[in-house]
Design a protein around this ligand. Structure first.
Ligand SMILES: C[S@@+](CC[C@H](N)C(=O)[O-])C[C@H]1O[C@@H](n2cnc3c(N)ncnc32)[C@H](O)[C@@H]1O
Length: 285
């Protein structure tokens, strides 16, 4: 049987280098492990050399020590976002109720649920491809819904969420064109574009978060260093107590917004979303 020209590891490394892959050796090893035949290897190398993100070629991404399925057209969870998950795990009470808003592949919620012994996991995204992918990753650990931000969540979750993860799109519209081609071309615009200053989706999430957070519960969002001060004001304006956490190693900035322990009274509405002066627990649904 003829040996395929790409079936030697060094030939793959050369092909990937020529295509501009910075980590050609590591990637070549992963592609060789993934391919069941020389023909499949050739296809994988071709797709990678054409600029597809490595994770989309392999069909999975490593995140927080686990492998998550990542389908074509779904945002690839970033290594820096492991910092957000680690901070969330440190904050989460035992048997926490966790919501992963804008969940993409669902990696964040699953990683947090595993790290914190969560009691409930609810995830949602507006993109059907992301929802399908998240359903595979979440499996029977929780529920995945499709729709705009909080809209598809069950109303019974209001006032009960201990940890609200929301790695929303936060690239300013004008900067989307400056992103590396892997993101710009192969990840959906809705996963990247956060509006004029990049914080439009974060504003919407922060504004509604207090209705869903349990007393003392926290919202965690990622932002860029340059958005930090505005993001703090966004969180504060929503009635949450803001805190900024930074990982220089992972180049990550995380905003935590914590609901007051007496959230309902403080914010002027009950955990059920009704005015606090007229609570009506029976109207939960
Ligand atoms: C930056 S990606 C993050 C995905 C995932 N949380 C992660 O970190 O891997 C943002 C995600 O938000 C979703 N998204 C954008 N706007 C949304 C909206 N209005 N409602 C729900 N999801 C939205 C996108 O489809 C995308 O999956």
């Amino acid at each position: 049987m003829p040996v395929h020209p790409l079936s030697s590891l060094s030939a793959t490394v050369v092909a990937l280098r020529r295509a501009g892959c910075v980590f050609a050796e590591d990637e070549a090893r992963l592609l060789h492990e993934a391919a069941a035949s020389a023909a499949e290897l050739s296809l994988l190398v071709e797709r990678r050399a054409a600029g597809l993100p490595l994770e989309h070629v392999l069909g999975w991404a490593d995140f927080h020590g686990r492998r998550f399925a990542v389908d074509a057209g779904v945002f690839v969870p970033r290594r820096r976002t492991e910092f957000l998950v680690a901070q969330a795990a440190a904050l989460a009470p035992r048997r926490a109720v966790v919501v992963d808003l804008c969940c993409g592949s669902g990696a964040l919620g699953v990683a947090l649920a595993a790290a914190s012994d969560a009691a409930e996991l609810h995830a949602c995204d507006v993109e059907p491809a992301a929802v399908r992918c998240a359903r595979r990753n979440v499996g029977d650990l929780g529920y995945v819904y499709e729709g705009d931000l909080f809209a598809p969540l069950p109303a019974a979750l209001r006032g009960r969420v201990d940890v609200l993860l929301a790695n929303v799109p936060y690239v300013p519209t004008g900067d989307v064109e400056l992103l590396p081609a892997e993101a710009r071309i192969h990840e959906p615009r809705v996963a990247l574009d956060g509006g004029g200053d990049g914080l439009d989706v974060m504003r919407r999430v922060a504004a509604e978060a207090p209705r869903w957070l349990a007393p003392g519960g926290s919202l965690l969002v990622e932002a860029s260093e340059r958005q930090r001060d505005t993001a703090v004001e966004v969180v504060r304006a929503a009635g949450l107590s803001p805190r900024v956490l930074v990982s220089e190693e992972l180049y990550a900035t995380v905003l935590v917004g914590t609901a007051p322990v007496g959230a309902a009274e403080h914010l002027g509405f009950s955990p059920w979303g009704d005015p606090v002066t007229a609570p009506n627990p029976s109207a939960q649904d």
